[in-house]
Ligand binder design. Structure first.
Ligand code: ATP
Length: 299
């Protein structure tokens, strides 16, 4: 029996390694295929942000030549501050994060980090400076340990556990029969939306980037998980330059600045208080959401 077990065990190991490589390659080629037009400038420098100030300067952009998506988008996020973007579906909110990560290049204007045009620095140094917590976190068919370590593959086990603790997912992981070695993803344990976001938050904590992009999930989590995720987000956004793409207004109340977008333009900007006083689109959205919450609590 043992004679049969050893080769099978070895085969299993080889299979897992190959699958790893394939999943990573698929991801890499997916990105290369989709974004092959983005290249480093021949004299690209290395971006070195400790404290990063992000500036969108009169940015105009369309995914194709026939449809402009962003028009003259102009704002700054001061080092360590949080800017939240709200607006109707399709207004162009997530497109801002794709441009900052340089998945695409804009056609008009520029984006600066500490005064450096992002097209003049290497993509590797740009992407190392930015952590993204996306709407839908992709989990690899691998252990939960591997999935968190993906944020910084050379991290130690203690660092990975500390990141999981900060993202409040350590307790959950420890409660699984195989702990950090539990398989997740399509062929493993299915994690809930909130658990997946926590994995993404743990990855971002591990990466420790100067700039954080949080693209809030469109589908609502239950209100307890949502509040917990918001609290964890506050924790990692502290002292980090943060862009929040928000789908719920409760997420943005404490932002240093809120941008209200409509059809690719910023139509209002200010703090939560300032925007309520303005009594415009944001105030209407806020009142509507309050009414919905009240009727939800009645039924
Ligand atoms: P939501 O709140 O629904 O996430 P959003 O404000 O984040 O919306 P974006 O994802 O920025 O909106 O999309 C803005 C517009 O750009 C939409 O009309 C969308 O259809 C279009 N768009 C997004 N991605 C692409 C793409 N890869 N190719 C072409 N058009 C796209």
């Amino acid at each position: 029996m043992i004679q049969l077990y050893m080769p099978l065990h070895f085969l299993g190991f080889v299979y897992r390694e190959i699958r790893h490589a394939l999943a990573d390659m698929e991801k890499m080629f997916g990105l290369l295929h989709e974004h092959r037009e983005i290249a480093d400038a021949p004299d690209a420098r290395i971006l070195q942000p400790d404290q990063a100030e992000v500036r969108f300067e009169h940015v105009g952009f369309g995914y194709g030549p026939d449809r402009q998506i962003l028009f003259d988008v102009d704002f700054s996020i001061l080092a360590g501050q949080t800017v939240a973007v709200v607006g109707a579906s399709g207004a162009g909110k997530s497109t801002l994060s794709r441009l900052l990560f340089r998945f695409y290049d804009m056609q008009q204007g520029r984006i600066l980090i500490n005064g450096q045009d992002i097209r003049a620095v290497t993509q590797a140094s740009l992407r190392a400076a930015i952590g993204i917590v996306p709407q839908d976190t992709v989990l690899f068919n691998d252990t939960i340990y591997y999935n968190i370590a993906y944020g910084r593959p050379e991290a130690t086990r203690a660092e990975i556990m500390a990141a999981a603790q900060a993202a409040h997912i350590h307790g959950f992981i420890e409660s699984l029969p195989q702990g950090y070695d539990s398989m997740v993803g399509e062929r493993g344990l299915k994690l809930s939306g909130g658990e997946k976001q926590r994995v993404a938050i743990a990855r971002a904590i591990l990466k420790n980037p100067a700039i954080l992009i949080f693209d809030e999930a469109t589908s609502a989590l239950d209100s307890k998980s949502e509040k917990a995720i918001q609290a964890e987000l506050h924790g990692i956004a502290r002292n980090r330059t943060t862009l929040i793409i928000a789908h719920r207004l409760s997420t943005v109340v404490e932002a240093d600045q809120i941008l209200v977008m409509d059809k690719g333009r910023i139509i209002e900007r200010g703090t939560h208080r300032e925007l309520l006083m303005l009594n415009g689109v944001y105030a209407q959205m806020w009142n509507l959401q309050k009414q919905e919450e009240m009727s939800d609590s009645v039924y």
